[in-house]
Design a protein around this ligand. Sequence first.
Ligand code: KG4
Ligand code: ZN
Length: 354
Amino acid sequence: MFMTLILGIETSCDETAAAVVENGRVIHADVVASQTDLHARYGGVFPEVAARAHIETIDTVVEEAVLTSGKNWQEIEAIAVTYGPGLPGSLLVGVNFAKGLALGRSLPLIGVNHLEGHLYSTWLVNPEKPIEFPVVALIVSGGHTELVLMRDHGDYEHLGGTIDDAAGEAFDKVGRLLGLPYPGGPSIQKAAEGGSTTAYDFPRALPERPYDFSFSGLKTSVMRAVRPPHPHGGEKLKPGTLREGVNVADVAASFQAAVVEVLVTKTVRAAETLGATEILLAGGVSANRALREAFSQQTTLPVRIPPLKLCTDNAAMIAAAGFFLYQQGQLADYTLDVKPNLALTTYRGTSRGM
Ligand code: KG4
Ligand code: ZN
């Protein structure tokens, strides 16, 4: 097959990333500069700090991606960049950089939806094994929880999603509540080791809505279980102030089990009911070990989950999604603007109007 190399650029949140990917499936370079340490002291991403850090690192990151790919600029066929959803200032840095580069090097520009990027991170798993449609995909990140039926490239049916907090957001909020370091997901996974998953019977929400999720009640339940009695009312407790005798490992393990159970049950139900050939799992939360293990135990369908490095934000997934957009002529022009609230929408048979 003819080799098409796409340069991907991702700056939607707190990672500055660039990658070179062949035919949407084979990674030649994947560079991620994470700002986690910069934001840890704020207990979350500080938007202005993020945008400034992107400006400072983006050219080095892009240069390094092309250099380590072993390819030269003449071999790059197009530039794919995340234009939403995400933090406006952070997105602007990536989009403007990509526009300048595309213009300067006379290369086509492709605007990629960050959620579509996460979805396509699964195309980078077992590149030799084709993905047969339809598939059911669960995208679980810091800002999104989306259950999608994908009938073809660019053909998405939204089956359900969260009605309040995203799964990653729940991990981050409960992590903060327990006084664990940001981001909460990996911290809770670590804290849960050795804890009992049945020590607390936290709620599994929305049993009556087959494909929707809700995590804010779960967070409140954890809060009630761990916070000390509060005689004065009103005043705020410092994060990490816990009721005497609370076992953090047990709370973390029971909370994680509650999140995992609903994510797995609803996704497997959708895939089996709708005749999916396989399940795709993507987004930062798919790095969670308990979630990965639960999927493999609860369905006989194949489950495609990216390696840890491709679960959290990266540009290889943006280049992969970009390749399939490129193949279908879904190009952007130099008026491409950021869309901080972009949703995952079908583009098949349409012009995306970018
Ligand atoms: O996809 P991502 O890197 O950024 C967004 O697009 O949001 O996802 C970040 C989210 C955070 O909420 C983080 O706590 C969560 O993914 N996360 C995890 C794990 N690693 C990252 N959640 C649970 N377990 C993990 N091991
Ligand atoms: Zn993401």
